[in-house]
Design a protein around this ligand. Structure first.
Ligand code: GDP
Length: 296
């Protein structure tokens, strides 16, 4: 189920509940069960959904809510808060500071939108007066360097890469060193992806991370990812210290479950989302406005 449908279905469940003349156990259960079904069909992990239902029931004790209480509002608020909680790992990610050199490494599977997102992230900061630079350490995919070079040139962002060097660690280190000397304050390292989660990919990520010592590792995930999102995010987190998530393709068939699962698996916040192929189609991700928008 795509994101808009998920929001619509949850809102509908809440609406049904608020329309009921009397809110009793059955009305509440029907509402929560419908939300549960909606989340599960959006590929949110079962355990997360179960915890959410349990938490809401613990907050909304119908017997204890005196007649004068506005049960509807309390339940609505509890649902909203729980959805926000699922997207909030409880601690902010490392935030680079303008003027102070930071290294940000991007990881993710091939096709997730990683290379596009690297440029969007650089462009976003450049517009705010930063001096970003891009390093292409993807030696696995033919054409990766050309793609980054093309994007970087279009955005007028300095880039580093090689057509001949096959060692991604060497390129990453050289690129980082080059841009440190040029006083760039945001050195972005794009890494290789593979179609599948493979041991070799994770080993390569571990080595690049160890050699460049990034201040922040960002996991990039396609927003239309389904059930596999949790495992994928967790696999990256086990190899490198993922500290933030960017969800791409939120303009397309994003399901919502992927974002929720990625946060749970990496215990890191979503910081931006991609909303199109264009460089400017990139937004800061804020939990509350996102959930509000989701519920319409
Ligand atoms: P990589 O293999 O992970 O580096 O992925 P790419 O950056 O090459 O992106 C794969 C495809 O997804 C390209 O066609 C991008 O234009 C597209 N893409 C990336 N981000 C977005 C997004 O937010 N929305 C849409 N619609 N397409 C995107």
């Amino acid at each position: 189920m795509v994101l808009a449908d998920l929001g619509g279905r949850i809102s509908h469940a809440i609406q049904q509940m608020t329309n009921a003349t009397v809110i009793d156990e059955k009305v509440l259960n029907d509402c929560l069960n419908e939300i549960t079904r909606a989340l599960l069909s959006s590929d949110v992990q079962f355990q997360l959904v179960r915890d959410m239902q349990k938490n809401i029931k613990a907050i909304v004790n119908l017997d204890e809510l005196a007649a004068g209480h506005n049960k509807r509002r309390i339940i609505q608020q509890a649902i909203f808060n729980e959805l926000c909680k699922m997207l909030d790992p409880g601690k902010p990610s490392f935030t680079p500071k303008k003027g102070k050199p930071s290294i940000v490494m991007f990881v993710g599977l091939q096709g997730s939108g990683k290379t596009t997102t690297c440029t969007k992230y650089a462009h976003y900061h450049q517009k705010k007066g930063w001096k970003p630079a891009l390093v292409c350490s993807d030696t696995f995919r033919a054409g990766a360097f050309d793609q980054l070079k093309q994007n970087a040139t279009k955005a007028r962002i300095p880039f580093y890469g090689s057509y001949t060097e096959s060692d991604p660690v060497k390129i990453a280190v050289e690129g980082v060193e080059t841009f440190k000397k040029e006083y760039c304050d945001l050195i972005i390292v794009d890494t290789s992806g593979r179609h599948k989660q493979e041991a070799a990919l994770f080993e390569e990520m571990r080595q690049v991370s160890e050699a460049t010592n990034p201040d922040l590792v960002i996991f990039v995930m396609d927003g239309s990812m389904g059930q596999a999102a949790f495992d994928q995010a967790q696999a990256f987190k086990l190899s490198v210290p993922v500290g933030a998530v960017i969800i791409t393709k939120m303009d397309g068939h994003a399901k919502g479950g992927g974002a929720l699962s990625a946060v749970a698996a990496t215990k890191s916040p979503v910081i931006f989302m991609g909303t199109g192929e264009h460089m400017d189609e990139f937004e800061v991700f804020d939990v509350k406005p996102f959930v509000s928008r989701l519920l319409g």
